[in-house]
Design a protein around this ligand. Sequence first.
Ligand code: ZN
Length: 461
Amino acid sequence: MRLTTIGAAGEVTGSATLLETGAARILVDCGLFQGHRHDAERNRDPFPFDPRSLDAVVLTHAHLDHAGRTPLLAERGYEGAVHGTAATIELAELLLRDSAHIQMSDAKRRSRKRAELGLPEVEPLYDLEAVEALLPSLVGHRYGHWSRLADGVRARYHEAGHILGSSSVELECETRAGLRTILFSGDLGSPGRPILRDPAPPPQADIVVCEATYGDRDHRSYADTLAELEELLLEALRGKRKVLVPVFAVGRTQELLYHLATLFREGRVPAMPVVLDSPLASRATAVYRAHEEVYDDEACRAARTIERDLHTLEVTASPDDSKALNYRQGPLVILAGSGMCNGGRILHHLRQGLSREEVDVVFVGYQAHGTLGRRLIDRPRRVRVLGSDVQVNARIHSLGGLSAHAGRSELLEWLDPFARAGARIVLNHGEPGPRASLADALEERTGALALLPGPGDRLEL
Ligand code: ZN
């Protein structure tokens, strides 16, 4: 078998791995590169394979850095199916449509600027039509059931505990050397979290391709993080502060609403105004509500009371409603996308709020290199937001314990049985430092030597 690591090899976006078994060619994930402008430009590069030659495409989950380039596959000649769990497929539809809108408005804005300089306009990476053309080929599957993917390859989806529908995908392949199984972790969540079930990988695999996002550190404990959030909200109430939370529309938003509902219900924080300022997040929240079957028991109970507990929740509709929030006094919590501040409504809240001392900015997810979110975490004195130079007087917080990604110890725990049983371990989806650190820790613990491929590397396994 041969693996080619196309994206997320030594970085955390652009996930895509090509698997060739001799009889079939399978692409696992097909994600957008995100971060700097030059990262976004890489999305336009030709694929290092002919899309027409693929037999199947599988998505581990719906986040755009894993699924966002799939419309390009169809546009460039791929005619087969795109597989994932049922919830992944449902969320992918939402996210891909939204992505097309972003690509189209981004291209329009850049074209306007270029026209002033007498330069030709830019085409969007893809448009809504390209997404609509892809949608009929999306196929949803149940967790834990085998399904045929291509000649000599079948797939099974296991809970990854990262977002709704997220999976570790097990592929069983007929090869010249006999049956071989390869397991793609996808993004892994932390065990013991509310809402989603814990990651539950299969017991055995010959090859394991695992993420390494937080390979160099553990998160603060979940209880400590909730206590920190509680303190922050109480202070916002006392000081009439505005709390800005950049959120990923799918995953973080729903988990945060759950935490806020819990804090209000238990009386730890008096109910205060909360605004969900993300149309995509509102739609994704509805998908979450419709999929109670994949929740843990606690979340099922909570889902039934969440509307009552969060009676202070407002949902904005139009961009004007969103801008009107600039004039609202605190105490107020605003959840807005995008999660890494590389676009979305959070930008105008930041442009208006960063210079104000009575504002808190609270990060709850991973901030990739090159994003505004990453720069803000380093507490700069000034940053550029939407073309304006803004002084940073707001308080900046990182609540690592609410991350959707497993921490270092949890990754090691997940990898341990595979490594001890002699599986080949490949680490991808991590910046160089965290990835190398995880590889060292794994070797120390189990003796296993992990492979750390770069972009475009081919591994014969
Ligand atoms: Zn993800």
